[in-house]
Design a protein around this ligand. Sequence first.
Ligand code: EPZ
Length: 429
Amino acid sequence: MDKIVIEGGSRLQGEVEVGGAKNAALPLMLAALLTDEPCRLTKVPGVADIDTAGKLLAGLGASIERRPGGEVLIDCSSVDQWEAPYDLVRKMRASFVALGPLLARFGRARVSWPGGCAIGSRPVDIHLSALARLGAKIEQRHGYVEADARQLKGGHVIFEKPSVGATENLLMAACLAKGSTRLENAAREPEIVDLAEALAKMGAHIEGAGSSIIEIEGVERLAAMDHEVVSDRIVAATYLVAAAITGGDVVVRGARPEHLQSPLEVLTAMGATIETPTLPTGSAGPGRAGALRLVMAQQPRPLQIGTAPYPGFPTDLQAQFMALACFADGDSTIEESIFENRFMHVQELARMGAEISLVGHRATVRGAKLLSGAPVMATDLRASVSLVLAGLAARGRTEVLRVYHLDRGYESIEQKLSCLGADIRRERD
Ligand code: EPZ
């Protein structure tokens, strides 16, 4: 297993480019199951979860071609299976979003029960009750969800809470259902909007993606997809925190300010100066490009945040901002309201000298700590990157072990941080 070794103390400066969003690319790849025409995705990040999604599709009989530079070609015309196996679903819960497209295309699906993960129990009840509203017969047998629907029919779904995965499953199932579907209390993430835009290009009739009410008019079939994956707002914000935690000056190319309002407000309140540099003429069209510059010329001020469904403060940035809060000139509070166990990074940050107290879902972070480097253990994707961030600013050497967690969602992070001036390298453990 690899480890990441960091000598802390370098002030980051320069430019970094952010790629396509893992959490958009995964449902987009599964959306290829909805058509027998060839699909092409660009700006797909080169991360482990994308490899897993490719294996899942290949296992169903699809052909996948990965080209350099993030281009992926998928052809599901010869798909003749409808089972998403346990060994892939347990590795990557996002595979559960294969259920909707398989059901829509083949009228049946057998998807492994995802099971929990480090950050929580991760139930799928909202997915299943919503699909039943579209006429699916759902059984749970031998650790698998078995769904049957001769023909899905449109329905009225009110989600008991916004769920990204359930909204994606229902969006894709409803595209080929007979009649119209109304989703209420739908998730509003930019990755949902990106999926809806791609489905519309394939011929789907969708209104309201990005709001909490989405209307879908079912169609007979969907055509080819050709889509550029939206940029990764979580990775972009992670690099902004790297600039802030080291008192640096960094431009993040590809960051979309309109997708980061809540984290940018927090960074500004902590004392960062944030600009949107004008893009060179001829850069990508409006709306697909973007850039953000962050300068941190003072010790961060403390923060008070609570995670919430989009457009609230993203749970996927909670660990990163906790690392930053350790260096603030006062005590911070962080409420995690989305997942029940997303404080695994706290014990590891404590090994570096952080003083963080947990009461239920609330963490109180004592600031003004001069963290010292230490060997620490990654436990999940975003916890692992918070340890890298803390290591950048801590005194001395930090070793982050089990970086396979990091590789699930961050492409070449040590190269990108080292280009910004960090003393960071990957070693075989
Ligand atoms: C997506 O997970 C993301 N993953 C997660 O990112 C992200 O943290 C999460 O959305 C919330 O924004 C991908 O997009 C691949 P949810 P998802 O369904 O869809 C509960 C990362 O680090 N719930 O929106 O699984 C659930 O337990 C990952 O990139 C039910 O109770 O999240 C949670 O408390 C981690 N029943 C809340 O809803 C259900 O049927 C939100 O979960 C489904 C969800």
